[in-house]
Design a protein around this ligand. Structure first.
Ligand code: ASP
Length: 341
């Protein structure tokens, strides 16, 4: 029987910490002793190797340099391992899972992000189940071919497509949701994989890792009464190349003249503006209401049902990739890694 080889990459976050019994302070624990700390891992039907960031980070400190580090670790170990599990703080996990989904072109193996709300040493921890099942999910194969061949995020009994997730709760164990895409798998008495929702194609081309991310972007959340100086200040930010606007409902915004004119002028000067909804579920449909048709007319790009997290990663990625101006809206509105419908 084939035994999958899994590489566990520890980037940081609560999951890998233990509480000092005397002081109560959380510290990153030595990952080389992982198998001693969690003897259950020895029962798994796979070979596990671990690699850790030199200095594990709280995921609030993540940035594209760390994404590059994770992508490079996957690239250099790609042929040796059947699957990868990335231990990561939950706060920005959806951004990182989204970013890695774009960076890893032609990915044909599982890369599963997971973490936990409580440290692994805590009596009531959610870390063990998240870690063990993530490794199981990454080991799933049929005749040596991995079943999951994309970037996933596993948390509290559910496997999601990583770039469809968003963190929804700071204290519940069920901390994530995938509002616009069904779960890839659910863990109960049995591990139920929803094969119809997995990435289907098998990739024959070699993995290409594209780590150039352009961070000259911004997010602007609309609210009733938003002022002209604020929007002017954002749009005139030095070197700004892409701006995500979080609009109302299905992509609607005020029809006030000054607002539309400011955006129009910025687009004509070369700024890419992406329309993403503030709602946690559903899609932008520009042109459905009068309050969105003017955005469509001036050349705002539709984010459709993308999450803000994936919108950020995709914008950095396409700008880093230096897509030609006339092709940019086409690539942004097209699903590249299953991130939008
Ligand atoms: N602040 C932590 C982090 O994101 C929380 C967690 O690990 O879940 O790194």
């Amino acid at each position: 029987m084939y035994k999958a080889n899994i590489l566990l990459i520890y980037s940081g976050g609560t999951i890998g910490m233990t509480k000092d019994p005397h002081t109560g302070i959380l510290r990153a624990f030595d990952f080389d002793s992982l198998l001693d700390k969690i003897p259950e891992l020895r029962l798994l039907d796979c070979n596990i190797e671990t690699v850790s960031f030199d200095i594990p980070i709280d995921s609030s400190n993540i940035n594209p340099k760390y994404w590059e580090l994770i992508a490079n670790l996957i690239e250099v170990n790609y042929n040796k391992f059947d699957g990868f599990v990335v231990l990561h703080g939950s706060d920005t996990m959806s951004y990182s899972a989204s970013a890695l989904s774009f960076m890893l072109e032609n990915l044909d193996k599982p890369v599963i992000f997971t973490g936990s709300q409580l440290p692994i040493g805590d009596l009531r921890t959610d870390a063990k189940e998240n870690l063990i099942t993530s490794i199981q999910v990454a080991s799933l194969h049929e005749n040596g071919i991995p079943i999951i061949r994309e970037v996933g995020l596993y948390f509290e009994y559910k496997l999601y497509r990583g770039n469809r997730t968003t963190k929804i709760n700071a204290e519940h164990f069920e901390a994530f949701d995938s509002p616009n895409y069904p779960n890839l798998a659910e863990s109960g008495v049995h591990l139920k994989v929803n094969k119809e929702y997995l990435k289907k194609e098998t990739i024959k081309e070699k993995l290409i890792v594209r780590t150039a991310m352009d961070t000259n972007i911004g997010i602007l959340k609309l609210f009733p009464g938003i002022s002209k100086p604020l929007i002017e200040a954002v749009i005139n930010t030095n070197n700004l190349k892409g701006l995500i606007i979080e609009t109302y409902g299905s992509g609607n915004a005020t029809t006030e003249n000054w607002f539309v004119e400011l955006l129009k002028e910025a687009i004509n000067k070369g700024l890419y503006i992406i329309n993403v909804t503030q709602c946690s579920g559903g899609s932008v449909i520009m042109g459905q209401y009068e309050t969105s048709s003017q955005l469509k007319n001036i050349g705002v790009i539709s984010g459709k049902d993308i999450t803000t997290e994936a919108a950020v990663a995709k914008l950095m990625y396409l700008l880093g990739y230096k897509i030609a101006r006339d092709k940019f809206p086409f690539y942004y509105e097209k699903p590249l890694r299953g991130e939008l419908t």
